[in-house]
Design a protein around this ligand. Sequence first.
Ligand SMILES: Cc1cc2nc3c(=O)[nH]c(=O)nc-3n(C[C@H](O)[C@H](O)[C@H](O)COP(=O)(O)OP(=O)(O)OC[C@H]3O[C@@H](n4cnc5c(N)ncnc54)[C@H](O)[C@@H]3O)c2cc1C
Ligand code: SF4
Ligand code: SF4
Length: 1014
Amino acid sequence: MIPNLSHQENIKQDYFAFLSALSATKYSGEIEKSYASRLAVATDNSVYQCLPQAVLFPRSTQDIVEICKLAQDAQFKNIRFSPRGGGTGTNGQSLSNDLVLDLSRFMNQIIELNEGEGWVRVQTGVVKDQLNDYLRPFGLFFSPDLSTSNRATIGGMVSCDASGQGSLVYGKTSDHVLALKSVLVDGQVLDSAPLMGDALAEQSARQDSIGAVYRQVIETCAGKQPQIEQGFPKLNRFLTGYDLKHVYDAQTGSVDLTRILCGAEGSLAFITEAKLHVQKIPTYRTLFNVKYDSFQSALQNAPFLVQANALSVETIDSKVLNLAKQDIVWHSVSRLITDVPNKIVEGLNVVEFVEEDEQIQAQKVNDLIIKLDQLIASEEAGVIAYQICNDLDDINKIYGMRKKAVGLLGKTAGSAKPIAFVEDTCVPPENLAAYIIEFRQLLDDHNLHYGMFGHVDAGVLHVRPALDMCDPEQEKMLRNISDKVVALTSKYKGLMWGEHGKGFRSEYSPEFFGEELFTELRKIKAVFDPQNRVNPGKICTPINSDELLVSVDAVKRGTFDRQIPIKVRESFKESIDCNGNGLCFNYDTKSPMCPSVKITRDRRHSPKGRAGLMREWLRQLANNDIDVLQLEEDLYAGKNASIFRKFTNTLGKRKGEYDFSHEVMEAMQGCLACKACTSQCPIQVDVPTFRARFMHLYHDRYLRPLKDYFVAYVEQYAPVMGKAPQFFNFFMGMKLTATLTEKFVGMVDIPLLSSPTLSASLKNQDVVEFDLSRLQALTDAQRKEYVLIVQDPFTTFYDTDVVRDVVLTIKKLGYKPVILPFKANGKPQHIKGFLDKFAKTAKDSAQFLNQMADLNIPMVGTDPAMVLCYRDEYKQALGENRGNFHVQLFQEWLLTRLSGDKKASNGKQYFLLGHCTEVTAEPTSSTDWAAIFNHFGAQFINVPVGCCGMAGTYGHDAAHLADSKAIYSLSWEAEIAKRERGQCLATGYSCRSQVKRIEGQTLKHPVQALLEIL
Ligand SMILES: Cc1cc2nc3c(=O)[nH]c(=O)nc-3n(C[C@H](O)[C@H](O)[C@H](O)COP(=O)(O)OP(=O)(O)OC[C@H]3O[C@@H](n4cnc5c(N)ncnc54)[C@H](O)[C@@H]3O)c2cc1C
Ligand code: SF4
Ligand code: SF4
């Protein structure tokens, strides 16, 4: 049995006192002190891990003023803070052992748009894609781009001065910041924008911290202009923190403090609002995918493409390309980046042209076509082929793949994982090719594997060497390589931090800036933050203080992970491997990725949060000398803890006894087990799998709630109740039953059984009865006429019409359907972590289905979640013993049997709202359905939606009712409201029952629509 895990890093006394005092002020935000909440922000995408004392979630600028003012009290003089947005930093920028101020949860409003003047004012917790989705209907966009655009916040972008694809033309974030509102550490609110003349004089004359800031910044930036000009690199990406070069304009005499704050990595102030320049979305866009025989050829050819007046040129190597090919993202781009016959594509340049004028655009595109054709014909420059893409959706898909590429680099077999520490170096583009040769040599000399891609137009290279941070020797190599790369970039007149900022690499700042300029940086830090209280140690420390800079040798995640035994790490790979890139925080409500974090905005309820908690849980078990794998084996062998012990443990829990496992459980319970993470996460962090394992072990210590049994045994009681549906519905339909079920079981809106039963509804339909010996006696030719229908408890007993219509459709298509006897699938047991029971159910069911597979007749299932369970959970539970049986989804089966000419259009139009497990695990499902409907003359449109909020039984859990409905309202509600209900289709039983309970009317399964048009 797992022990009670009572150890946790306690909050320091003065922080505790500060948080209590803060609760008594007008501060209206949230304060989270739980160990789980602190762990959820203890990592970013870097190799570092810092546990903060607590996390504050302010709701307004005023809340941050309250925090800072309170911190001025002498008793709180040691309290320090770090601002945080999306937490996607690659170098630990937002990590802190102090207080984290997370602006992403509440401060995410778009305040004001001025279309005429081309600006928008936002709170800094707004996500970049959220902003552009808002601006799109106005024909506008915020142009600086970054790969993490679906989760990085404006505050993080401003503070790291983010940039990416298109930076040659669009520049960096700082180029588009018109004004900022910030709170200084003493609680003063600083409104910054370019100032000159009297306005500047007035601010400089102030006798408060703002006046001091102006005076120092002027003294540095105006007074040291020649040294700054001399010392700062002449690069498109110039440099982050603090950008002394662009603050002072000698011609106009203007001073712009926003330039100091941009790229300051939260080390000067809390930025709460930003006024941003927005521009017109270009009318004409064309993208070339130029293919090369080597990565080096692609790099060397990039300047030629830039000279062709391209907006951007992005280079990808074959390693990254091959990783993308194995990921779900490839389905969206495979036809846009096809293979070249008899050649191997080892490098790719993604080249984009944008224009307002159609003719100019056509000219640029034609010019490049001619040049590329010449290169191919003469076999020059390594160009082997190219493809052109004008469709906006397709262009976005290619960039989607490119944006996912950094994350994909993390998905590598073995314990050495590609990690960020030299991942964004920048050199003048003309030096890039030579620089890369030396860089590669350096990595090869250390026998390191890596993938490469980058913004070659700007000279930025993304490289993540693979190191095992659990191995102390390899950890030392990180320092060694870092030092050498700093020297190498310096040799090629470049920067170590070309895109992602400094964070724990700040220790290289003095060397980079030189003593004189670095002293100026420290003076600036000192006027903003004399006591070094805001993101201390990042970029620089205040002058006249003996505070230290953070170092690349700081405590890393590997320090904790290596405490977990290797065999446990390997067994729990699906949580250990999370590299924190934050893709699972995807803000897009139409993406299936993690509905639970979307609705709660609580990072504990994300795949990353859950993976982090699981890692810590495994670490604590290991430190308690618990062999978690042995414990699991014991459970499978039936060696459970006694009910009495479970009872006393549960009593302790009820009395409030602390156990870290409860915090982990809370996060796991919020998971819908929708499996979007399993396929959408670039590393394939698989929460439902480790969640089930956790629950299995947790409930060996603590009693289960009644609802777990209610869910897990549905496949046992539904067939019994399904024999007399009217009788049971009589009781189930009573208000009293609903009240009692909610109160004592914790379940709501329990669906009624279908009536008539399946066999009754097929009574006069001349359906062949299942008879194994008769089926075995069929000839091979006869078998081709048959289809076996695999039942599941939900459609058979609660949505019988769908199974009936599957049978009738198969018949109408000229085949003989045979309904197989009902066999429990086990998915509900898996969801609730009854893993020993699930293993038995799966074994039994697999044995039966393997026997049926021997008939060599196709087997078709109706509900995607249940069918996909045979493919995934069965493989995990049974391994080799699963056998080779294959249950197809209806569309998979029918697609291979379409024959004859396509029918003429019947004018019918249908819309599919996909099931999240299905669309993520089988991304071709909607196009398969579309091909089938088109074949029969109907139009079929896929509607992008997120999760419906039901996800099996999650939506029936009383504790989740509000969240379930809120998830539905994120995307389904509006999409259904837009259309005729009869034209909307859903493959998932869960989705149909969610629509039924919310809209009062169910949707059809696509098979039912097909039956109408056949
Ligand atoms: C897979 C991957 C790809 C990436 N690709 C790119 C890319 O293409 N281009 C690029 O530029 N970067 C890229 N990054 C780096 C990162 O996404 C950016 O730096 C991003 O701007 C950080 O935003 P965030 O909201 O996640 O900030 P966080 O990581 O939360 O914070 C970053 C820094 O900003 C500070 N900060 C955040 N909000 C505030 C605020 N309101 N006030 C003051 N300080 C604040 C923090 O203290 C911290 O120092 C990538 C990262 C990953 C993981
Ligand atoms: S769970 Fe996956 S997507 Fe989320 S942070 Fe971890 S690796 Fe990235
Ligand atoms: S299964 Fe779904 S809800 Fe659970 S963590 Fe994964 S994406 Fe989130």
